[in-house]
Design a protein around this ligand. Structure first.
Ligand code: HEC
Ligand code: HEC
Length: 399
């Protein structure tokens, strides 16, 4: 009897020691930490400036418009030309090509709605304002808001979907027949003159329509979210059983380096989307003579479609980002938005200007930050061996 319980005690202790050894590689704190990066921590999308965010008709209208090439001056370009569904909504070009060659790389739209600012420099403060600028951008779709209005007057399916989503009727009286089809404040000179010919009331009605279109496409884009990655599954299994073999040794080592102050990666790439949503100068702006955030602060404050504009559905106090915007131009020189690191396997090339074709090049760049360079940018000196760089790359590919 005594012997049996002694044996049991030994067995119990053995199990205890084994579990201790196993858990020592992933302590309770480690597991809590890794959990902060999982998709479960992602809050739902909110946008007080867009009251149609979960309106089913608006989403369906937005989805149709997203793929419709008629929303471009040559009838050949839609959002989906550059934001290709099978490519995590990117195009794999270094720089986007629409009606002209652009000067920025096409970012993924998966989880994009979770950002506070849109575009690499954050020149728009809502997804719908961002969408509208793509439609009228001469390098992208080069369309105008009046052409879009006229398209809706001709297309009965769109007209009906619009009227049921927004509880407004579209009337012919807004765009006079003698007006050129191409008219808008961002159009060429002729289009601008035509726009100015409209009465303030007509312009206001067109803007109302245009912003509703932006909100419907934004509502569709807000439904685009990434799926659970192998990294998430690994973390969930770890939380449950303190053990998982879903990541290999190199990937785990990469994660550990990523959160290590030695690399500093997770200072900026934090949370479930691996971004703090802030702007930082990591030295990519100065090289390319694109000053990023510092160049657009005034523009976003005065944007005709910002959160505080009459076309926004938000109350003034709900425009937190705009109300507390950082106006320190000097401090934001060369700064770009910290991008999410999810879906990287599909979103090459990298950085706002697509300068790096693969993740090895990105890591090589970070590792080139020495004491001198660190004085000029928001990064610490980073020194990673080639193997450590590859481990981080392998980890990033699990996201
Ligand atoms: C010619 C290619 C092209 C077309 C067409 C295009 N985009 Fe983009 N899109 C880009 C590029 C390039 C950027 C990044 C620009 C920048 O950062 O300045 C971008 C940025 C965005 C962003 C911001 C994402 C973020 O994280 O900040 C969203 C959202 C977006 N596009 C949606 C759309 C929608 C919706 C349409 C159609 C109305 C559209 N785009 C049409 C190339 C394109
Ligand atoms: C000071 C904040 C900061 C730190 C620290 C930081 N990053 Fe970044 N990261 C950024 C910003 C900002 C960009 C975008 C720069 C641009 O577009 O030119 C970026 C871009 C990237 C990209 C390209 C993503 C894409 O879609 O284009 C990768 C990959 C990346 N970082 C990984 C890392 C890794 C790995 C580390 C650690 C070695 C790290 N970052 C450290 C802020 C940071």
């Amino acid at each position: 009897m005594i012997k049996t319980s002694f044996n049991l005690l030994v067995l119990f202790n053995l199990v205890f020691i084994v579990s201790l050894v196993d858990a020592s590689s992933w302590s309770k704190e480690d597991i809590l930490k890794i959990n902060t990066f999982t998709l479960k921590q992602l809050d739902p999308v909110v946008d007080p400036s867009n009251k149609y965010l979960s309106n089913k008709n608006a989403i369906s209208l937005g989805e149709n418009l997203f793929f419709d090439t008629r929303l471009s001056s040559n009838q050949k370009i839609s959002c989906a030309t550059c934001h290709i569904k099978g490519n995590a909504f990117t195009d794999n070009h270094n720089l986007a090509v629409g009606l002209q060659k652009g000067f920025r790389n096409t970012p993924t739209l998966l989880n994009a709605a979770h950002h506070n600012w849109f575009f690499a420099d954050g020149s728009k403060d809502s997804l719908w304002a961002q969408v509208l600028s793509s439609i009228e951008n001469p390098a992208e779709q080069n369309f105008t808001r009046v052409e879009l209005y006229n398209l809706f007057m001709r297309d009965n399916i769109y007209k009906t979907l619009y009227e049921s989503s927004f509880k407004q009727t579209l009337s012919k009286s807004i765009t006079p027949v003698n007006l050129p089809n191409k008219a808008g404040p961002n159009a060429d000179l002729q289009g601008l003159i035509a726009w100015k010919k409209l009465t303030p009331n007509q312009r206001d009605k067109i803007n109302q329509f245009f912003t509703n279109i932006g909100k419907s496409i934004a509502s569709y884009v807000s439904t685009l979210e990434s799926k659970e990655a192998r990294f998430d599954k690994f973390s969930y299994e770890l939380a449950k059983t303190q053990h998982s073999s879903l990541l290999n040794e190199s990937e785990i080592n990469g994660y550990k380096l990523f959160i290590n102050p030695k690399s500093g990666c997770s200072n900026c790439h934090s949370g479930p989307l691996f971004t703090n949503k802030e702007f930082h100068n990591i030295g990519t702006g100065i090289l390319a003579h694109d000053n990023g955030r510092s160049e657009v602060i005034e523009a976003v404050i005065h944007d005709e479609f910002n959160c505080l504009s009459k076309y926004s559905d938000a109350k003034k106090e709900e425009c937190v980002e705009l109300n507390y915007i950082n106006r320190n131009k000097h401090g934001l020189s060369g700064a770009f938005k910290t991008p999410s690191l999810r879906n990287l396997s599909k979103t090459a090339p990298y950085m706002h200007d697509g300068r790096f074709n693969n993740l090895q090049e990105v890591l090589k760049y970070y590792s080139s930050i020495d004491e001198n360079r660190a004085l000029e940018v928001d990064l610490p000196p980073i020194s990673l061996t080639v193997k450590e760089q590859q481990d981080i790359v392998n980890f990033l590919l699990t996201l």
